[in-house]
Design a protein around this ligand. Structure first.
Ligand code: NAD
Length: 482
């Protein structure tokens, strides 16, 4: 018998304790060699005034065991509470969120067949949560995408596909609109994909990609995408496969990993003993592979498939005709335990490769040094009184031998020069000053000189963004209609 592996464990909120208890009973009955250290996270901790939902001492356990089996938690609404999941993923560098989705028809009703894995970037994108309100009527959220972050997740997706003998990796992005942020992700996908000639590469714009995922999911194998899109499409895929209650998720970093169900704490059914523990069971299976106990994972996985095949179903997947018995959480766990050692007869039994640790060490290429030139700046104004023409009249006085006023836009649409009177404008204005020739850099002092002059002329400047070129390529986009 191998030595017990210490793990950190949290029972969470809502249905968390019920599904965790069911999952642990199955793990122990199957012979998992684990020694949990229990930490308290979630609602109680939030309500004790810890805005992150996790106490400082819990990090000690996580940093020492490096493996976290976590039940879902409730994030209280309002009050400045931060998502515990987002904090944990970022603090522990869990850059890859891996969410396999498999249909189990005809035993779990689904309109489709699918066997796919969503690999979601976990640390960047709009989930950086950098939001501001700077005018009465408009708020903003900063979307941050890095070369390193993109390379890491895309490489992970290809390495995963290679290790698990998957044939195709599809990238989902919206680079037709967000040409720099999503464009970088798509470019990195094309570049890194060249290193995996045996794998088919494909790209879909996220909107049609999501539609196809809901309609013909069988065409997808591994999907790699940015944080927000990945969050949304993994719920779509899980629901199309039968229930959000079925799927598990691994959050993997270079050093630590966290395993959970994809669903939340389901307060509407908490305490009723009817929740489906399958999502957390599937998360725990990925954990067992990660801690090198694949034979235990295989045993539980096959018993779980056999249970579903025998028609023992929790309420969320119960369907007259398909299901034979409506089981509660504990009953479902009992049924899986009874079937340990058995294999499904109609569904395909799983075989975990022995002792394959599927944690990849992902190397990130060094960033090439580029020639960076300051060639202009965007001056943002809060204004609900002056017309674009009047603003332009004032800002024209800021022009000099180095810079000129190129355009004024509102919510991304150019409204000066040659704006249309029909365009609706908010109080959030962007005024672009550019170098007369993009090959010529301007002095950084141009920015603060212009800022001061604009303020002296009575305009309310709320922020500036610098415009750079990198190796003569523009590091900024144009306005719509420019
Ligand atoms: P949810 O996933 O908790 O529930 C959505 C619906 O699915 C509900 O009708 C619920 O009853 C059902 N459902 C979910 N899991 C189920 C299961 N195992 N068995 C049967 N039915 C199940 O989503 P929500 O209601 O939007 O969120 C509730 C809380 O969970 C919120 O506080 C949210 O912040 C939190 N949340 C936590 C996590 C996490 O900890 N990983 C993830 C998502 C949401």
């Amino acid at each position: 018998m191998s030595e017990k592996r210490k793990i950190t464990l949290a029972y969470g909120d809502g249905i968390g304790p019920e599904i965790m208890e069911a999952t642990l009973r199955i793990l122990y009955a199957a012979g998992a060699q684990i020694e949990p250290e229990v930490i308290e996270i979630g609602e109680k901790v939030y309500k004790a005034g810890v805005l992150s939902g996790i106490r400082p001492e819990a990090w000690d356990s996580l940093r020492s065991t490096k493996v976290f089996l976590k039940a879902p938690v409730t994030t209280p609404q309002g009050g400045g509470f931060k998502s515990l999941n987002v904090t944990t993923r970022k603090a522990l560098g869990l850059f890859a969120n891996v969410r396999p989705v498999v249909t189990l028809t005809p035993f779990v009703a689904s309109k489709h067949q699918m066997d796919l894995v969503i690999v979601r970037e976990n640390e960047e994108d709009l989930y950086a949560g950098i939001e501001h309100q700077q005018t009465q009527d408009t708020v903003q959220c900063l979307k941050l995408i890095s070369k390193q972050g993109s390379e890491k997740i895309i490489r992970y997706a290809f390495e995963y596909a290679r290790a698990y003998k998957r044939k195709k990796v599809t990238c989902f992005s919206k680079d037709n609109i967000m040409k720099l942020t999503d464009g970088l992700f798509h470019k990195m996908f094309d570049k890194i994909g060249e290193e995996y000639p045996e794998i088919i590469k494909d790209h879909r714009i996220i909107d049609i990609g999501s539609a196809l995922l809901a309609d013909t999911p069988e065409q997808f194998d591994v999907i790699v995408t940015l944080n927000l899109y990945g969050d949304i499409i993994s719920d779509i895929a899980a629901q199309v496969a039968g229930s959000v209650g079925l799927c598990g998720s691994a959050n993997v970093g270079d050093q630590c990993a966290m395993f959970e169900a994809i669903h939340g704490s389901a307060p509407d059914i908490a305490g009723k003993g009817i929740a489906n523990p399958s999502g957390l069971i599937n998360g725990a299976l990925m954990m067992l592979v990660h801690i090198n106990q694949p034979e235990v994972a295989e045993k539980i996985h096959n018993a779980w498939l056999k249970t579903l095949e025998d028609g023992i179903h929790t309420g969320d997947i119960y369907k007259e005709g398909f299901s034979k018995k409506r089981a509660g959480t504990a009953e479902f766990a009992d049924a899986v335990i009874e079937r340990l050692g058995q294999k499904p007869s109609i569904l395909k039994a799983v075989e975990y490769e022995k002792a394959v640790q599927k944690g990849f060490q992902i190397k990130v290429s060094p960033i090439e040094q580029q020639e960076k030139k300051l060639v202009g700046f965007d001056l943002f104004l809060d204004n609900d009184k002056l017309s674009p023409e009047t603003i332009a009249g004032i800002l024209k006085n800021l022009e000099n031998d180095s810079i000129y006023l190129a355009f004024i836009s509102n919510r991304g649409l150019k409204v000066w020069p040659d704006g249309l009177p029909e365009s609706f404008c908010t109080s959030h204005w962007r005024c672009r000053f550019k170098s007369h020739n993009l090959e010529n850099a301007i002095e950084p002092s141009e920015v603060w000189t212009a800022l001061k002059k604009a303020a002296d002329a009575g305009l309310e400047v709320i922020k500036t963004e610098n415009l750079y070129t990198f190796n003569e390529q523009k590091g900024f986009t144009d306005a719509q209609g420019e």
